[in-house]
Design a protein around this ligand. Structure first.
Ligand code: EPU
Length: 345
């Protein structure tokens, strides 16, 4: 059954900012979501689907009904080809718990994605990625409920239109579905992805690399650079790494030979936004309780009592300064929810 909970969103966003909504309703299974939709017939634009709240910046009062899925369950099934194992996971399962559970069972595939905050249901929305692996490489399909009709939809990997921190759920299907279950493909054998510099360095000298060792190394790297939201409010990378044309890249490189960038395809480069922000002198920059993290300039933090607007203010400073110095426009990676859409184009 659906049950109403207080409308404060502070416990439900990893920035830890005070924010409220009209109503927050949590669901433990698909049927209760369907029954609620049938009974209430809510307008689509009156709803917001909340995952783990780890990729959101909430601004003040948000006059919407927030729906939260707590659907649990992790079920593995070994496939006939011998090496593949599919895992069907409830959207409300904590992502890192899934990673640890799969490693405990001896299955690999998710080790590079260790310690990413948030829930399984939110992972496909931004195609979570870290240390050389993106969710899409392990994604099979998902189940979702269409808010307009209450119908169940099965969506394949191809239909998700995954891109860098992007999917159909941030575009065409934005605000139209509640993801209830995700199916991923794991492996019994390990295909290690340890090309990412710091990961390679950490595993140097290891004679037998296991998924658990890769996971431990990823956890150590994350803990050394990224603040734990339980101790210091944050939502991971605040901005995406901008992708620029080869021409823009060359101009930047001429001006800043130490620029950090990676080729994406024949005509494009991805620039390390953390490098741009640090070079702009903003690493560790602070206005009251809102600031740029001291160890990873791409992460904005709440030192205690910052509001969503305070963090937005710092984000705006960062964006403006980077644009002024480098001519590169940073786009937020987090979803900014509330009246003031200063980042909307
Ligand atoms: N850098 C700096 N100064 C900084 C931060 C970074 O100079 O303050 C430079 C360094 O040269 C560093 C490079 O930027 O080598 C890349 O930094 P890092 O390896 O920390 O990764 P990132 O590009 O800043 C991305 C993801 C992270 C993910 C890491 C590792 C995005 C927006 N962010 O960050 O994802 O953990 O790579 O794969 O793509 C997230 O999405 O919330 C997130 C944390």
């Amino acid at each position: 059954m659906a049950n109403s909970v207080p409308a404060s969103l502070k416990p439900f966003n990893t920035f830890g900012v005070e924010a409220t909504c009209n109503e927050l309703i949590s669901f433990n299974d698909e049927q209760s979501i369907q029954s609620w939709l049938k009974a209430e017939k809510p307008a689509l634009d009156s709803l917001f689907i909340l995952g783990g709240g780890s990729n959101l910046l909430l601004l003040g009062h948000i006059p919407l009904t927030f729906l939260k899925t707590n659907i649990q369950g992790i079920e593995y099934s070994e496939q006939d080809n011998g090496d593949d194992v599919w895992v069907v996971v409830g959207a409300g399962v904590n992502w890192h718990q899934l990673v640890l559970d799969s490693l405990d069972k001896g299955y690999s595939g998710l080790e590079n994605l260790s310690l990413i905050p948030g829930n399984v249901g939110a992972a496909p929305i931004q195609n979570i990625g870290a240390y050389g692996v993106e969710l899409q490489e392990r994604f099979v399909s998902l189940r979702a409920i269409e808010l307009a009709t209450g119908d169940i939809r099965e969506i394949s990997a191809e239909d998700c239109q995954f891109g860098y921190r992007d999917s159909i759920f941030k575009n065409e299907l934005k605000g139209r579905l509640v993801i209830t279950q995700v199916t991923l493909r794991l492996s019994k054998s390990l295909q290690p992805h340890i090309e990412y510099g710091p990961l390679k360095q950490m595993l140097v000298g290891e004679t037998s690399i296991t998924a658990k060792k890769v996971s431990d190394a990823v956890i150590a790297i994350r803990q050394s650079k990224l603040p734990d939201p339980a101790q210091l409010g944050n939502a991971g990378s605040f901005f995406k790494n901008p992708v620029v044309t080869e021409e823009q890249y060359q101009t930047l490189l001429d001006a800043f030979p130490e620029l950090v960038a990676y080729p994406v395809d024949s005509g494009h480069y991805k620039i390390a936004a953390g490098w741009l922000i640090e070079k702009a002198g903003l690493k560790g920059y602070r206005e009251g309780d809102a600031g740029v993290h001291e160890k990873q300039a791409l992460v904005l933090v709440n030192y205690g009592h910052a509001s969503g607007q305070d963090i937005l203010q710092v984000a705006k400073q960062v964006r403006d300064k980077v644009l002024e110095l480098f001519g590169v426009k940073l786009e937020p990676e987090v979803w900014i929810i509330g009246e003031q859409q200063i980042f909307s184009s």
